[in-house]
Design a protein around this ligand. Structure first.
Ligand code: C6P
Length: 419
């Protein structure tokens, strides 16, 4: 008899209760129960998050840090509580090291602009990887274009894993920063961030981690990872859209010039110059997204209630199961690590000669939502010599039955396009 270990028992997810929290999942699309497998694009929101947003507007709505009145006090408290929640979720040493942004994209642009222009000059090198989302490429191209810095790229192997062996040759005394995603949005690869941090630091460079696809799916602790910057988006972790966070080590934030100018980020304004507010407010010009931060706290508390290890365990089981089932389809090619241990929720594939958009359309007719295209990772597509993939991406509220529906729907694709 196989003993049930307490570890496994402790990681069981009450999937029925969880799904009941996500009202959006309880609908039919095109006459079929919705199977939502587009979680890498955005996650769904549990009822507590939707309620928190509505409650904030109903009860507490006022601008933060400005008015000395009860509602403004509540709003400010909620805003700073969200910062503390995000710090806890990312394992950050202090809430003051969390800067709220519009999302991962803005967080990376903030670093490329504010840190970049102060620290990168002609002939310096920035190390990226071909596995990056465009959000972690284009801001660095803009910086390189304006400063004369050089971009260098770490490749991936055929299995979609970073060629860490190339780091020795790519890291030089001119390397200022290494930028890498924690989890790939198109291949699902979980990258060895800790090792990359060590190597970058040994070379005298900083490490920025794009955590957009990690924040919900794998345990994140920025202190243990040893990185210098970590960016993520609330909407990909059951929180609201239009909100994200940048974590950076305090001394780095303190040394950085502001990103944008405006209200909230100043200490004193004179005719010719201004001085800056303390970190993190120095980086939060203008009225912040205080209503959505209230909902973010609810999202983080909800996820903490389930438990990160429970989420990871459930998703890992789903990905392993989905990969096994997908491999039954004739002519399928799955991109990214063949070992599910090295993956988080996203599975990219092509199926015979069917165009990924046709695959997505046929699945949509059966109520199954996936994404098709280059997933804002054109360098990954180029690496494999393809234009697009179909991508099914799982979250903790998905089930093995969702994977079965996907495979059944793809069976229909094979029937239509099969040779
Ligand atoms: N990826 C996807 O379908 P924003 O848009 O700022 O919230 O996140 C940008 C971003 C940055 N890095 C990675 C690894 C990402 O996956 C994303 C967003 C979505 O894959 C939309 S393109």
């Amino acid at each position: 008899m196989t003993p049930v270990t307490t570890a496994v028992a402790a990681t069981a997810l009450d999937i029925g209760a969880v799904r009941a929290d996500f009202l959006v999942l309880q609908q039919e699309v095109n006459g079929f129960p919705l199977v939502y497998l587009d979680n890498a694009a955005t996650s769904q929101k549990p009822a507590v998050v939707i309620r928190a947003l509505a409650d904030f507007y109903r009860r507490d709505n006022a601008n933060v840090h400005r008015g000395i009145h009860e509602l403004s006090r509540r709003s400010t408290e909620a805003y700073e509580a969200a910062r503390a929640s995000m710090a806890r979720w990312l394992g950050a040493p202090a809430p003051a090291e969390i800067v709220f942004t519009r999302g991962t994209t803005e967080a990376i642009n903030l670093v490329a602009s504010a840190w970049g222009y102060a620290n990168v000059s002609e002939g310096d090198e920035i190390v990226l990887t071909v596995l990056e989302h465009h959000s972690n490429i284009v801001p660095w191209q803009l910086l390189a274009g304006r400063t004369g810095a050089r971009l260098r790229y770490l490749d991936i192997d055929d299995d979609g894993r970073l060629r860490i062996d190339q780091l020795g040759q790519l890291l030089t005394p001119r390397t200022k920063i290494v930028c890498v995603n924690h989890v790939s949005n198109s291949l699902g690869t979980i990258n060895p961030v800790r090792e990359i941090a060590r190597r970058a630091h040994d070379a005298g460079a900083l490490l920025l981690v794009d955590g957009a696809q990690a924040a919900l799916h794998v345990p994140v602790n920025v202190t243990e990872l040893g990185c210098d910057f970590y960016a993520c988006s609330a909407h990909k972790m059951c929180g609201p859209t239009g909100l994200g966070a940048l974590w950076a080590r305090r001394e780095i934030l303190e040394a950085m010039p502001p990103y944008q100018g405006g209200g909230e980020m100043i200490s004193v304004v004179e005719k010719e110059y201004s001085t800056w507010a303390a970190v993190p407010h120095k980086f939060e010009a203008g009225t912040p997204n205080f209503a959505d931060t209230a909902a973010l706290t609810a999202a983080i508390e909800y996820l903490e209630g389930i438990g990160r290890d429970v989420i990871r365990h459930h998703e890992h089981d789903l990905v392993r199961y989905a990969m096994e089932r997908l491999r039954e389809l004739p002519g399928i090619r799955i991109y990214g690590p063949s070992n599910p241990e090295q993956r988080a929720g996203a599975i990219s594939f092509t199926l015979q000669d069917a165009h990924p958009h046709d695959i997505a359309t046929i699945l949509d007719h059966r109520g199954i939502a996936i994404r098709a295209g280059h997933h804002c990772t054109q360098l990954v597509m180029k690496r494999y010599g393809i234009a697009a993939t179909a991508r099914a991406s799982f979250a903790f509220y998905n089930t093995r039955e969702d994977a079965d529906s996907l495979v059944e729907g793809l069976g229909e694709v094979v029937k239509i396009f099969g040779s």
